[in-house]
Design a protein around this ligand. Structure first.
Ligand SMILES: Cc1ncc(COP(=O)(O)O)c(C=O)c1O
Length: 379
């Protein structure tokens, strides 16, 4: 009976043209092979190339030698190693907060925040383009969730005026499929006016100055900063940084922290080393290099995520296939990840790309867009 039901569901997915399965890419950094063919990937979130940085790789090796492959238990039992404490301190210092707590993934971090600070007596205002982990956290928290129009501060302000009791406002700082930036200063200001808790998911923030370092309102509004070690830090794991009582409450209440094994010592050590690189002069040079790559494709765009919206699923898939034939891996993003009719190529750039590779991409993307224009031109 269950197999029959699953086959029926899979048929529906196939019929809708939405079948997906992971493909094996044998990569070190952005370069490697797929099915034996050389490719350059413009698909990862390794924005500064730190997943292969010698310092991060060496730190992971050293952690393996010292502590073995796993942390072997939940953090509160016996899964805590000195490297977890060190990384939490480094993250708190970096985000300029009292404390930070590590979760196994960014997804688990958002579930933890939205369940501990949400609840049936809480209203959550959530941007319509927020990440799936925030959406699921809102559901799991059983809060009254109101979705506000994307990046519309007037809408947030109006909704805040209509709500009573405790309120959480939650937003990605860089939206993962559009690569645009949230209006963090204004969010911090409206939250401060209303006494709302601001939760920011900074998973994809890598370019530009830290907006909270200059947001005066944030000093009077509590802010929880969610991040991930799985993207720019090139490793695995999530974290939440914020005021001591809020972070301590997560440690004591978040089920996605308490009832799960601590992240592996090697992942944690790699992230700690990568954070050291990111905060160094070398990191600043990598960020500047990434900025130049982004400007080559879309000047002043706020992030290394560059969407090329094509509309129809078939068009997006054909475009991705044509780029792959040229050795360039750029994923086609389709529903349910994005809304129907907004299928796109999602280009992600990394400081690890060479100038030549970015040049190649610029030419190939130009040809894809030109061929679509030709197809759409009236005969
Ligand atoms: C905005 C955002 N938040 C959270 C996550 C989840 O992070 P992780 O991959 O570490 O679970 C992602 C990853 O896709 C993301 O894009």
């Amino acid at each position: 009976m269950w197999s029959g039901w699953a086959e029926h569901e899979l048929d529906a997915i196939r019929t809708a043209g939405r079948w997906r399965s992971p493909r094996s890419a044998d990569l070190y950094g952005p370069r490697g092979t797929i099915d034996g063919r050389p490719i350059v990937s413009f698909a990862s979130n390794d924005y500064l190339g730190l997943s292969t940085h010698p310092a991060a790789v060496a730190a992971a090796h050293a952690a393996l030698d010292r502590w073995g492959t796993g942390s072997t238990s939940a953090r509160l039992i016996v899964g805590n190693r000195p490297v977890h404490d060190e990384l939490e301190q480094a993250l708190a210092d970096w985000r300029q907060t009292d404390r930070a707590v590590i979760f196994p993934t960014g997804f688990a971090a958002n579930l933890g925040v939205m369940t501990v600070f949400g609840g049936p007596d809480v209203t959550v205002l959530s941007d319509e383009l927020n990440h799936a982990s925030i959406i699921d956290g809102c559901r799991l928290g059983r809060s009254t969730t109101i979705v506000y129009r994307h990046n519309d501060i007037d809408h947030v302000r109006a909704l805040l005026g209509q709500t009573a009791g405790r309120v959480v406002v939650v937003s990605d700082t860089i939206f993962s499929m559009d690569g645009d930036a949230a209006r963090v200063h204004e969010l911090a200001a409206v939250c401060a006016e209303r006494g709302a808790l601001l939760v920011l998911d900074e998973a994809h923030s890598v370019l530009g100055p830290d907006p909270l370092a200059t947001a005066t309102a944030s000093r009077s509004a509590p802010v929880l900063r969610v991040g991930t070690m799985s993207k720019t830090l090139g490793s695995l794991g999530g974290f939440v940084a914020g005021p001591a009582p809020l972070v301590d409450l997560l440690v004591n209440r978040a089920r996605s922290y308490i009832f799960t094994t601590g992240s592996s010592p090697a992942d944690t050590a790699a992230a700690l080393a990568a954070l050291g690189v990111w905060r160094s002069d070398e990191g600043a040079a990598l960020v500047a290099r990434l900025r130049r790559h982004v400007d080559r494709i879309r000047p002043e765009h706020p992030s290394p995520i560059i969407p090329v919206v094509l509309g129809d699923e078939r068009v997006a898939l054909d475009a991705a296939r044509s780029l792959l034939d040229q050795g360039l891996l750029v994923p086609a993003i389709r529903p349910p990840t994005v809304a129907p009719g907004t299928c796109r190529l999602r280009v992600t750039l990394s400081a690890a790309h060479t100038d030549t590779e970015v040049d190649q991409l610029v030419v190939a993307l130009g040809a894809v867009v030109a061929s679509l224009d030709d197809r759409n031109r009236p005969a």
